[in-house]
Design a protein around this ligand. Structure first.
Ligand code: IPD
Ligand code: CA
Length: 262
């Protein structure tokens, strides 16, 4: 296996290239290519093109590594696997809301599982130019600034969540939000899970919870949070097959976990 610093440097280089392509395509206009799990769950031509760029760059540089991407699935297992969301926040992207990111996680092993060990994580928003990165044991960074999760202030926690695309899941998600609100000074729904996690790592948010994330949504972001001193927990799937992800600093972890889990 290559050392973590060179893997992180390659992931960063690829994320920047991929982000530049996504941003360029956005200015040219966005075409919805298909819907996925529901009418609200869309994929654009850019999602596919950006994933293809990332996949081919990895294949050229590191042909023996595994790959798991949101749009094209898995290829060849390896000692490490690149877990990629080419555009996290596709609904924002399509609507022209500048809250989307390229998310690249590198995990040890080849089989997706909740106890996967992410060793490198990069989340890049090409609109703001912010690049969040972490290596296992090497801390989490926004550019050159080291990140630390926040301490919750007297007014309560600034939280974020997300709602599933399947309307049948909305009641449960709203109930979880209602249970979390007593902990909160306010609750955001910004629309890109990788950035929500990056913002917890950066101390901009105190906590984040959501059901239904996929490995490519959280692989990079979860490492950012842990390396910034935070805690990320996953609960087994609910009746809709949706795993719960909860991330925060240590002091909020138990109360937010209980509220989100119900
Ligand atoms: C979605 C975003 C959204 C979250 C969804 C994800 P996508 O990813 O991260 O914030 O609520 O669960 O699927 O589909 O835009 O890559
Ligand atoms: Ca996506």
């Amino acid at each position: 296996m290559a050392d973590l610093a060179s893997l992180a440097s390659l992931a960063t280089e690829i994320a920047r290239e991929a982000g530049a392509l996504a941003k360029r395509r956005r200015t040219e206009g966005v075409a919805i290519a298909a819907t996925k799990s529901s009418l609200a769950d869309i994929v654009t031509e850019a999602d596919r093109e950006v994933e293809e760029l990332i996949r081919s760059r990895i294949a050229a540089e590191r042909p023996d590594d595994g790959f798991l991407g949101e749009e094209s699935g898995t290829t060849a297992a390896g000692e490490i696997t690149w877990v990629v969301d080419p555009i996290d926040g596709t609904v924002n992207y399509a609507a022209g809301i500048p809250q989307y990111a390229v998310s690249i996680g590198i995990v040890a092993g080849d089989t997706p599982s909740p106890d996967w060990e992410t060793i490198v994580g990069v989340v890049f928003n090409p609109v703001t130019g912010e690049l969040f990165s972490a290596t296992q044991g090497g801390g989490a960074w926004l550019g050159d600034a080291k990140l630390h999760v926040a301490r919750v202030g007297e007014a309560g926690a600034l939280l974020a969540t997300g709602f599933g695309y399947n309307p049948a899941t909305h009641d449960g998600d709203i109930a979880a939000a209602a249970r979390a609100l007593p902990l909160a000074r306010d609750l955001r729904r910004m629309g890109a899970a990788s950035l929500d996690l990056a913002f917890v790592a950066a101390g901009r948010l105190d906590g984040y919870f959501e059901r239904g994330l996929q490995p490519w949504d959280h692989a990079a972001g979860a490492l950012l949070v842990r390396e910034a001193g935070g805690i990320v927990r996953f609960a087994p799937a609910d009746e809709f097959g949706r795993t719960l992800t909860v991330a925060s600093g240590p002091e909020l972890a138990d109360s937010l976990w209980k509220a989100a889990l119900g």
